[in-house]
Design a protein around this ligand. Structure first.
Ligand code: SF4
Length: 261
């Protein structure tokens, strides 16, 4: 079994498949704490699912593209088994991973998108540089840039490790921290052979988790999670839309879930 925060259908927002309708499997738990993390809701909670149950949920959507993300998906050992199963069933699978966990055992059919943590992430010491030795043509490296200092650090790493020549390298401006136009100017000025990418899903829908879930389970989960954080023991409550009486305590507590309305 695997602990799952959410399974949802949306457009891929980043990397080579940006814009492609995909199913996302978000695994629960992450050993890192990046300052810009936009999926903190995946640190705790979640639901234990058999791989068969996961496969059924994935198959309910008309796409062959699956993105396995987190949290840090590889923090759960059985993630490898799920990646193999998805690949065996001919899904085109990408894996988004923090770069702090060994990727050498990941099924070779899976496209790995490996973060390189910058100083401003707060987790630069966690980079497992040995991972670079196990990446190939269909894998990608991603730097999330928070500042000019981050950019200068990334530039030095890219040049000293010859990353441009070896990999498909991406740079993303940290959401609401680094101006995208400014970052693009730096990349052009330095004639870096990389790609600047914007987070398409955030441009389209803002910073809303699990956008376009086809059922209401995610929203129920999100509402329950927020309530549970505020009032432990109430974590199995459902959402405001279906149980309006929940709105009063949440409004009082300032916790009303915007995604639920
Ligand atoms: S590795 Fe990803 S999920 Fe984990 S804290 Fe960093 S940004 Fe968040």
């Amino acid at each position: 079994m695997l602990k799952i925060t959410e399974i949802f259908y949306s457009l891929q927002g980043e990397a080579r498949d940006a814009g492609r309708p995909s199913v996302f499997i978000r695994l629960t738990g992450c050993p890192l704490r990046c300052v810009y993390c936009d999926s903190e809701y995946a640190f705790y909670g979640g639901q234990w699912l058999h791989i068969d149950q996961i496969m059924d949920q994935v198959a309910a959507h008309r796409t062959r593209h699956v993105c396995v993300t987190g949290g840090e998906p590889l923090a759960q050992k059985r993630c490898h088994e799920m990646l193999e199963r998805l690949s065996d069933e001919d899904y085109k699978v990408s894996l988004v991973t923090s770069g702090a966990v060994d990727v050498s055992q990941v099924d070779q059919r899976v496209s790995r998108v490996v973060d390189i943590k910058t100083p401003d992430s707060g987790e630069v010491e966690r980079n497992l540089w040995e991972n670079l030795d196990h990446l190939g043509d269909h894998d990608q490296l991603k730097f999330v840039i928070c500042s000019r200092g981050d950019y200068d650090w990334a530039l030095a790493e890219i040049r000293s490790r010859e990353l441009e020549d070896r990999f498909d390298v991406l740079m993303s401006p940290a959401w609401e921290q680094q101006d995208a136009t400014e970052l693009s100017g730096w990349v052009l000025e330095d004639q870096l052979q990389i790609r600047v990418q914007l987070q398409l899903h955030k441009i389209l829908w803002g910073d809303v988790a699990g956008k376009l879930s086809h059922d209401h389970e995610h929203y129920k989960y999100e509402a329950s999670r927020r309530i549970a954080l505020r009032w432990p023991g109430f974590g199995n409550l459902s959402c405001h839309r279906h149980q309006p009486w929940l709105s009063l305590p949440c409004i009082v507590g300032g916790l009303r879930s915007a995604s639920c309305f």
